[in-house]
Ligand binder design. Structure first.
Ligand code: FAD
Length: 326
């Protein structure tokens, strides 16, 4: 019988494998461990990523590198097409894709091409006999649905922070199989003309241990500096509610919530944020939540570990000053 092969789509950030990919490798390792299967990390890039062979330290048994010059720049259609062709040819049991912005655009395209079943918003996966079962977080995390793939191979789009990366083990490089895709094998309908990386040097929200987020209670875009100052003092990343992203106070990359980023820091400061379910969907798994709001009835206090009833314009500078003194 064919060995169960769990694939993980490898997302790179710059030249570094994204933390989310390491989370997917952890999920894949657990699944492989259940049935004595193997984990293959699949890269879709112009060439073999420099850290590919080291993915074994995080759970990969091998790497499949799908290479084509056109893949050096990210076009979801081409990347999904390369991946889909490999899935059809090699028939892994499942492909795990982390639900980053790129992952969310890759997974449906990957599934739609060859007509594979797709389960989105997965937070846990396990084998039930020969069936793969997923827990899906729906309606902003208010409903947890357990569903099964109707057929395999399938595609699972897994929410960030559903799994923790494995502690890296001392292990030599794992085998890397390089597949050079033929010219003309990709649709190439979209030409990426240039790429600009936002916020180089900033701590990414998904990777941050501490996040300071601001909401409409700040009163205006000029007051978001209060969030930045506290974040800078604590070495934290800056987050935001959708209200202030939609209002154009800060870019979308800061948005936390159902339609933003799902985060799981050690400490999350919610400053002038009411605590709508869609915001909670992105941050309620933080270890410690500190809420600052002038309305004692604000829903954010229901999930807060520590609550400060007060005006952000007074509380934030006081906190920043206090942490600076330490
Ligand atoms: P408000 O709800 O207006 O709250 C402002 C808070 O600030 C209030 O609690 C108020 O008491 C407090 N306040 C006011 N002045 C002060 C002061 N001086 N000091 C202290 N506190 C003060 N939202 C997200 O955040 N993320 C998402 O991903 C997201 N996705 C969505 C998806 C859908 C489909 C929908 C329908 C909505 C989504 N929303 C999302 C929007 C969400 O429903 C809320 O509208 C939004 O989170 C509210 O943002 P807010 O808390 O900043 O603003």
């Amino acid at each position: 019988m064919k060995q169960t092969d769990i694939w993980v789509w490898v997302e790179g950030k710059g030249h570094k494998t994204a933390t989310l990919t390491l989370e997917m490798l952890a999920a894949a390792s657990l699944l492989a461990g259940q049935v004595g299967g193997r984990v293959t990390a699949v890269t879709t890039a112009g060439s073999v990523p420099s850290d590919a062979a080291m993915l074994g330290r995080y759970g990969a048994d091998g790497v499949l590198a799908l290479c084509h010059p056109a893949l050096a720049r990210f076009s979801e259609e081409d990347h999904a097409c390369a991946l889909a062709a490999a899935v059809v040819e090699r028939e892994p049991s499942v492909v795990l894709v982390g639900a980053s912005t790129a992952g969310k655009s890759i997974a449906p395209r990957l599934a739609a091409g060859p007509g594979l079943p797709l389960l989105t918003a997965c937070t846990a996966l396990e084998w039930k006999g020969r069936t793969l079962r997923a827990v899906r977080s729906l309606y902003g995390g208010n409903v947890l649905a357990t569903e099964e793939f109707s057929a395999l191979p399938g595609v699972a789009l897994v929410l960030p922070r559903s799994y923790s990366p494995l502690e890296p083990v001392e292990k030599g490089p794992v085998p890397v199989e390089e597949v050079l895709l033929e010219a003309g094998s990709l649709p190439g309908r979209v030409q990426v003309v240039s790429e600009a990386r936002e916020g180089a040097g900033e701590t990414a929200l998904e990777d941050a241990d501490i996040i300071v987020s601001g909401g409409r209670g700040l009163g205006g875009p000029e007051h978001y500096r209060l969030v930045r100052e506290l974040a800078q003092t604590l070495g934290a990343a800056c987050g935001a509610s959708r209200a202030i992203v939609d209002a154009g106070w800060v870019p979308y990359k800061h948005q936390v919530g159902q339609t933003g980023k799902k985060v799981k820091p050690k400490i999350y400061f919610a400053c002038g944020i009411s605590g709508a379910v869609q915001h909670l969907a992105g941050m309620r798994d933080a270890d410690i939540i500190v809420a600052i709001n002038q309305d004692p009835e604000a829903p954010i206090f229901q999930v807060a570990t520590y609550g400060i009833v007060g005006d952000v314009h007074r509380v934030l500078p006081a906190l920043t000053a206090a942490f600076r003194r330490r």
